[in-house]
Every structure is written in structure tokens, then in C-alpha cells.
Design a protein around this ligand. Structure first.
Ligand SMILES: Cc1cc2nc3c(=O)[nH]c(=O)nc-3n(C[C@H](O)[C@H](O)[C@H](O)COP(=O)(O)OP(=O)(O)OC[C@H]3O[C@@H](n4cnc5c(N)ncnc54)[C@H](O)[C@@H]3O)c2cc1C
Length: 460
């Protein structure tokens, strides 16, 4: 008999598929996460504790966040995204050890409280991807200095790639940020924006993509990643960008100038051997990270549908003599939302399983399809939820407008939809030769069967 707590979140059909692949430990973590009820009621407090404007808004983190982190740690809900590998146990064995499939279900549950749950459990972007970079490619000193405190949730980090006035979705365009190697030093200059987390007072490291070898014949070997501390001389946080007016304080998505920042050459990710490997490393970062966003977006969509269902059942909100739920268009919105969420979940679970079985590289197709379909699905569901709420649905009195703004950004972040669409289209076309050979064989066999039967060619 399926655990009702779980099937309130995940459809019974999807759960029946993944349940046999869950370890007992993962099942127990999942139910603990579902019971971690401190998160949703704390959302309003988190926003109330943030200064409404001015520098104070960026000076400290609402105290409720640390309380939630402490509680999550006590409950064993820590670093759940950490799917194993060589950095398992680096934070004193805290958390991790789940498969991507197990984590996918948990990330969906966390998506119900996108503002608090991922960070409370040390599972939030961009830290997870940054930890992965440091774990896989960092030197032992870099791991000790940045990875360990990140795993412990003591500091936060940024990934600094997108450049002002450069079409950054084509990463080979990136050129305004350069690092000159001068003996044992690297001098970094550049102008980035949309750097998530750069406003956070806890931020202790930016992983910056910069040009180190502009003359290299291969455009994929010109860049490196360097580790920069925001307190260093020459790092200037210019301003937080806003998304439909939201600044996402205290983390923010900031414009940042690096003005002749002097670093040791040991600040290159991977040390001197990491020079020229920027592209190779960022590819490794983006696969699972893109999927984590999709997993959480399904949770956001589910929460929007939950809000929709309650609103259309409110007796005070009847129109034209009926509950909203009795109008045919509303029923269709409910059914379509349910269907689309459940379809998207199966896609994400299949991508997660593919990563577990064959690695992120083998799962690029599934991850790519999820990357451009799941946020669009979630946006449709949130839009329907806003619509049934009337004008209130786009106001500050429900979280729906913030959900919409947050998910809309995923159609750009980590590469715009079109780039992924194009890649999937090209990958699909690779099947053509096999299809042509198969079709020719079918035709030959069909002609032989007709001939054997002594019949004339028939209409298809
Ligand atoms: C909230 C938020 C947070 C972000 N966080 C970070 C961060 O932490 N670090 C970071 O480095 N960046 C971050 N970004 C930036 C994000 O990764 C970039 O916006 C994204 O990669 C697109 O780059 P661009 O904005 O320069 O758009 P451009 O490259 O100028 O592209 C503009 C548009 O061109 C179209 N386009 C591009 N290629 C194709 C194609 N092949 N076919 C058809 N159309 C195409 C798309 O519609 C695309 O949206 C964030 C963005 C947002 C909104």
C-alpha cells in the first residue's frame, strides 16, 4: 500500500514506478522531508524579516533561514542533492548518497517552497553546481577552502559567466572578461551581470569564466575558471538586476565589475592544469543542475494547482450562480494542469534514471527536453492559477506572481529554450540514416511478400 503522504505529492502511478528503486533510507528521508512542515509557514516570516528597501535589504539574511537550516540538519535533510562520487563525506559525512531518481522526487517536494526549502536543506542553486565544479576539478586546497564550508552551508557562492553587452547564450562569444597570467599571478578584468547570489552577505567565492588564451585556435580552449572572493580589491557589485520588479534579496542577480583583481595562479580552478579547460568544466556543471531546476519547477506547478483548486472551491467566489469549479473552462484548466504536471514528472524521472544508469552525458537528450518543456509547463499551470484568482492572482497577496517570475527566468538561465530546442532537433536528425536503412528493408520485404502472394501492389 503506497504511503499516502507521498502520493499526496507524487501521483500514485509515478510512485509505483519509482518506489521499487528507492532505498529504505531514501524513503525515510522523503517522508521526513514531507513532514518538514516548518518551511511553508515560515515563508511569510522570511519576507517580513527582510528590510523593504535600502542597503539593509542586502546586509543580512532573515534569521528564520538559519533556524530552518539547523532544523533540516538535525532531521538529516542536508545536501540531499549530493549523489555520491569523490566528495561524498567531505563535510563530515553530512547528507548525500541518494540516487538522482530519489533526489528528483525530493526536489519536487522542495519546489513547493522554492524560497526556503532548497536553501534550508543546502540544495540550492547556484551552490550545488559550484560544489560539483570544486569537487570534480578543484585542487585539494580549493576544496578545503571553499567546498568544505559550502557543503556545511557556512558560505554561499556565485557562478559568473554572463557578460554585459555580449550574447552570452553562445558561450564562445564571451570575451569581455579576461585574466592575464603574469608570473605567479592572474589579473582579472571584466563586466558580468545576472550573477545569482552575488548580493548575498554570506557569499565568499565567485567562480568566474574568463578568457586566458585568446589566441588559441580552438574557441573551446580559450577560457578558464578562476576563483574570486567578493571582498578582494577590484570586485564591485554594481547593482541587483530585477526580474519583473523582484530583486530576490538578499541573494540577488547582480551586475558585477572585476577591475584588475589580482589573484594567485592557484586561483584557477584545477590550478595551472586548469588553464584552458573552462568550457569542459562548465559542461560538467550544467547537466544535473538543469534537471534540478526542472524537478523543483514541477513542485512549484503543483503548489500553484493546489492554490487553484482551493480558490475555485471557495463559496465566496461564486460567479453567475455557480462555484468557479462548476464552469467548464475551469474544469478543463484543472484537468490540463493535472495532466501536464504528471507528464512532466515522468519525463524528469526518466532523465534522472538515465543519469543514474549511464551518467549525465548519456542523459543529455532527456535533460535537454526537460529543460525547455518543464518550465513552460509550469508557467502554463501558474498562469491558470493566477487567472482564477482574478486581479489578486497577480498581486503581492498571493505567491503566484513570484512563482511566475521565478519560473520564467528558467527559460533563459543556463541557456535559453531555443538553444536546447535546436540541440534536440539536431540530435533527433542523427537517427535519419538508420531510419532510411530500416525503411528500405521494410519496402524490400513488403515487395517480396506481395510477389510471393501473386498480388498486385495495393493502396497504402
Ligand atoms: C534570474 C536569472 C538568473 C541568472 N543567473 C545567472 C548566473 O548566476 N550566472 C550567469 O552567468 N548567468 C546567469 N543568468 C544569465 C543567463 O544564463 C543568460 O541570460 C542566458 O544564458 C542568455 O544569455 P543572454 O541573456 O546574453 O541572451 P542572448 O545570448 O543575447 O540571447 C537572446 C535571445 O536570443 C535567442 N537565441 C539565442 N540563441 C538562439 C538560437 N540558437 N536559436 C534561436 N534563438 C536563439 C533566445 O531567444 C535568447 O533568449 C541568469 C539570468 C536570469 C534571468
Amino acid at each position: 500500500m503506497a504511503d499516502k503522504r507521498i502520493t499526496q505529492y507524487i501521483s500514485p502511478g509515478a510512485w509505483a514506478l519509482v518506489d521499487p528503486l528507492f532505498s529504505d533510507r531514501a524513503r525515510s528521508i522523503l517522508t521526513t522531508l514531507i513532514d518538514f512542515q516548518d518551511v511553508l509557514p515560515s515563508e511569510a516570516l522570511f519576507h517580513a524579516q527582510l528590510a523593504p528597501h535600502g542597503p539593509e535589504r542586502w546586509a543580512s539574511v532573515p534569521t528564520v533561514m538559519d533556524q530552518l537550516k539547523g532544523r533540516a540538519k538535525e532531521l538529516g535533510l542536508w545536501n540531499l542533492w549530493l549523489s555520491g562520487g569523490d566528495f561524498q563525506g567531505m563535510a563530515g559525512g553530512e547528507g548525500g548518497g541518494l540516487t538522482n531518481l530519489e533526489y528528483a522526487v525530493m526536489a519536487e517536494v522542495m519546489g513547493h517552497s522554492l524560497v526556503l526549502a532548497p536553501q534550508a536543506t543546502n540544495c540550492s542553486a547556484p551552490d550545488t553546481g559550484n560544489m560539483e565544479v570544486l569537487a570534480r576539478f578543484g585542487t585539494p586546497e580549493q576544496k578545503q577552502k571553499y567546498l568544505v564550508p559550502l557543503l556545511k552551508g557556512e558560505i554561499r557562492s556565485s557562478f559568473s559567466m554572463t557578460e554585459v553587452a555580449v550574447a552570452s547564450s553562445d558561450a564562445t562569444n564571451l570575451k569581455n572578461t579576461t585574466a592575464r597570467v603574469e608570473g605567479n599571478q592572474v589579473v582579472l578584468s571584466g563586466h558580468k551581470w545576472w550573477i545569482s547570489g552575488a548580493g548575498d552577505p554570506r557569499n565568499a567565492v565567485h567562480i568566474v569564466l574568463c578568457v586566458t588564451d585568446p589566441g588559441n585556435a580552438s574557441p573551446h580552449k580559450r577560457h578558464s575558471l578562476v576563483l574570486v572572493e567578493p571582498k578582494m580589491k577590484g570586485v564591485k557589485i554594481v547593482r541587483p538586476m530585477t526580474v519583473f520588479g523582484y530583486d530576490d534579496a538578499p541573494e540577488g542577480h547582480c551586475e558585477v565589475i572585476y577591475d584588475n583583481v589580482r589573484l594567485g595562479v592557484d586561483s584557477v580552478v584545477g590550478g595551472k592544469a586548469g588553464l584552458g579547460r573552462g568550457f569542459e568544466i562548465i559542461q560538467a556543471r550544467l547537466g544535473p543542475g538543469r534537471l534540478h531546476h526542472c524537478m523543483r519547477s514541477i513542485g512549484v506547478a503543483s503548489r500553484a494547482l493546489d492554490l487553484l483548486l482551493q480558490r475555485v472551491s471557495d463559496p465566496a467566489r461564486r460567479t453567475f450562480g455557480k462555484y468557479l469549479r462548476e464552469h467548464g473552462t475551469v474544469l478543463a484548466d484543472i484537468a490540463n494542469s493535472r495532466a501536464e504536471i504528471d507528464q512532466a514528472r515522468l519525463l524528469v524521472l526518466s532523465a534522472a534514471r538515465q543519469i543514474d544508469l549511464h551518467g549525465a552525458k548519456a542523459a543529455l537528450k532527456e535533460i535537454g527536453i526537460a529543460k525547455f518543456t518543464v518550465p513552460q509547463m509550469a508557467l502554463r499551470v501558474i498562469d491558470r492559477a493566477m487567472q482564477v484568482h482574478g486581479a489578486e492572482g497577480i498581486s503581492q497577496d498571493t505567491p503566484l506572481a513570484a512563482f511566475y517570475a521565478g519560473v520564467r527566468t528558467l527559460r533563459f538561465a543556463d541557456g535559453p529554450d531555443e538553444v536546447h530546442v535546436q540541440q534536440i532537433g539536431k540530435q533527433e536528425l542523427k537517427r535519419v540514416e538508420i531510419l532510411q536503412a530500416r525503411e528500405a528493408a521494410v519496402k524490400r520485404k513488403a515487395a517480396a511478400l506481395i510477389k510471393e502472394a501473386g498480388l498486385a501492389k495495393a493502396k497504402l
